[in-house]
Design a protein around this ligand. Structure first.
Ligand code: FES
Length: 102
């Protein structure tokens, strides 16, 4: 099975997750309020941080949640739509596509 290679979804204490390709570093200044909990769905609370490793097959696509409201976290289930309507926010998923099939 041909894959696009491993990716890392890293949460940084905010409502975003980032895909960091191998060999690349992402630095982001974070100004979120420290007292505000993001992981309200209580996903993997037994771990010190939520990190998801995954890969995408050739011709495949995966859609990852960045709003922390999904019932299928870390995958998006569309819950961001209801969140955006209720709050005026504009969060949406991270969509990762694999390479085209040969
Ligand atoms: S459900 Fe969270 S981004 Fe879609």
């Amino acid at each position: 099975m041909k894959t696009a290679g491993a990716i890392a979804l890293v949460t940084l204490g905010c409502a975003n997750a980032f895909v960091i390709p191998a060999g690349r570093t992402v630095v982001r200044a974070e100004t979120a309020r420290a007292a505000e909990k993001i992981n309200t769905i209580e996903f993997e609370l037994d771990k010190p941080k939520v990190v998801t490793m995954d890969s995408v097959d050739a011709g495949g696509k995966k859609v990852y949640c960045r709003c922390w409201k999904s019932g299928t976290f870390p995958l998006c289930d569309g819950a961001h739509v209801k969140h955006n309507e209720a709050t005026g926010d504009n969060v949406g998923p991270l969509i990762v596509s694999g390479p085209k099939k040969e």
